[in-house]
Design a protein around this ligand. Sequence first.
Ligand code: THG
Length: 369
Amino acid sequence: MKNFPISKSRRLRSTPYTDRIESQGVSSYTIYNHMLLPATFKSLEADYLHLKKFVQVWDVAAERQVEISGKDSAELVQLMTCRDLSKSKVGKCYYAPLIDHNGLLVNDPIINKLAEDKWWLSIADSDVIFFAKGLAAGKKFEVEINEPNVNILAIQGPLSDDLMAKLFGDQIRQLKFFNFNYYEFKGRKYFIARSGWSKQGGFEVYVEDNTAGQDLYDYLFEAGKEFNVRPGCPNLIERIEGALLSYGNDFDNRDNPLEANFDRFMNLDSEVNFLGKEKLRKIREIGINRKLMGVKIDHDTIDMYCEKTLIDDENNIVGYVRSAAYSPTFKKVIGIAMINKPYWDLKTQFKIDINEKIFVGTVCDLPFI
Ligand code: THG
């Protein structure tokens, strides 16, 4: 398939960092929450190798915040997620699947608890704000819901602690995974969490002031020279290896959280009230008949603009590949696929059509690394 340039417009939103990443050589974008999200700089593989060794600064402003505040905000946030937030604490981040009344997935945000009555849902690519507003109206909740001007910069990679400590001081090294706090740099305070969409470690700075963000961006590159800092972005190869799931790619509103391996983030036996609870209990009782698993394919390239079907020797459908990329580490194509129950066995072999040629592969566990 040929690649075409994207025409920019107001509807396809830029970020406060777009000018900077374009002058630094961003080479492709994807669209996420109606916003530009960089997809490659040098190349998928070069970006991958650099991310695993050094430190990168990412424009992930497309990870938008849905701010929910007010008297009934905790009740509304809980209504939307199957994760029990009754013991949640201010200063912590919670990865939490959002579920509709049919028990199907709506989004998988990181929920940041800013106060007992103020939450930021740091969303993946679906319009959570309308879902939240619809529920609030229907339930006559006393809440305010809006999308604040927050534009995240992620600092990711094994040298991210060293770079961040150089700007914010050594105390930032003490910040625990999925906690956030406020740190000062040049007289300004920044909301910083230890999180990010890579398995290489790092931070996310939730920037509320465009100028403060642009200044920070420039300082990170100035201070980062000694750590070989580069601009980067969520990397398809690295995130598949680590099984960081992507809403719209690996799962969507036709899948339930049990099929998407979200068991760790579900509390179906808790007392709290959330949408789809009874449906999900029933699904758990009956058992699912497909789930997300890994696949390895003996080939060196794949392009993924649609789901790809996997078949066995008798042409039965084994499942569908939803994300895939060539991994220089495994020297194969690796992917995340929805696999039908008869084929969950790890010895399962399948056939796949890539550019009108047939290749073979096997089913495996997630994550790859
Ligand atoms: N950071 C922020 N917002 C986001 C993302 C992010 N919004 C969109 C998208 N990413 C949401 N999806 C994910 C998916 C996985 C993780 C975070 C957000 C993640 N998972 C860890 C894992 O699976 O190893 C840890 C989860 C845990 O143990 O709690 O980090 O990246 N701001």
